[in-house]
Design a protein around this ligand. Structure first.
Ligand SMILES: [Zn+2]
Ligand SMILES: [Zn+2]
Length: 238
């Protein structure tokens, strides 16, 4: 197990002890009993959190408050939600809360995960929403890691040059020009990079944003993609 003293690298044991400590305090608060944060922190430092400073324990509790907020739950008032909590810590704490039956993931729960956000919104959108949502005044920032691919700028430039400002999907002009005067077209990989498609001109097309989204999300994306292969001579199915 990891016993680093920094705020990163907390072991599961340490994080679980913090979550349990937090939930114990929450229960006290809910029962209307006085809360002595310092003595609760000392108690934790006598066991699982012996490697951590008081300040460090307090900060971790504020991380848990941040996760409470993200999950649309009411945090303990004494712990102001920490800012910029890493997504790794957020998911670990969320998982621990779920294991303790605390979190019921609801369709209307805020999330930093774009895919999940879209899924939830699509589901909510299918029924009339009667009350105008309040939203989030100051959305919490989380740091996420994402996977990217190294791509060739020459391929991107060449494909756009060939397109000459005309979308290869619909044949219409790019919707606007950039500051540098170049027409705005997005270069799409017909077989997606995530599906092991190549970054070559035989697999790349210049599209307007509508056609680009259509390739990724439309109900007719397969047929639309077939149309690209049929129309654009340089493309080779991979
Ligand atoms: Zn288009
Ligand atoms: Zn694309």
């Amino acid at each position: 197990m990891d016993t680093q003293k920094s705020n990163t690298g907390w072991s599961d044991e340490e994080l679980e002890a913090s979550v349990d400590g937090y939930l114990k305090m929450l229960q006290l608060v809910n029962l209307g009993q006085p809360l002595n944060k310092k003595s609760e922190h000392e108690l934790l430092r006598e066991s699982a959190l012996s490697a951590r400073s008081l300040a460090s324990v307090d900060y971790r509790m504020r991380n848990i408050s941040a996760v409470f907020e993200i999950l649309n739950l009411k945090p303990i008032t004494g712990y102001t939600p920490a800012k910029n909590v890493g997504s790794g810590v957020v998911s670990r704490i969320s998982r621990m809360l779920a294991q303790r039956g605390i979190v019921e993931f609801k369709d209307n729960a805020p999330t930093f995960d774009e895919e999940l956000l879209e899924q939830r919104a699509a589901k909510l959108q299918s029924k009339p929403i009667k009350v105008q949502p309040e939203g989030i005044t100051a959305p919490q920032q989380v740091t996420t890691t994402s996977t990217s691919y190294v791509r060739d700028p020459v391929v991107r430039a060449w494909v756009r040059q060939q397109a000459g400002g005309i979308c290869e999907g619909c044949g219409l002009h790019a919707p606007f020009n950039l500051d540098n005067g170049q027409p705005f077209l997005e270069v799409h990989h017909v077989k997606h990079l995530a599906q092991k498609g190549s970054d070559r001109i035989t697999n790349a097309v210049a599209l307007c944003p509508n056609c680009h989204q259509r390739c990724h999300r439309s109900s007719d994306r397969v047929a639309f993609t077939e149309g690209l292969y049929a129309r654009i001579g340089r493309l080779t199915p991979e």
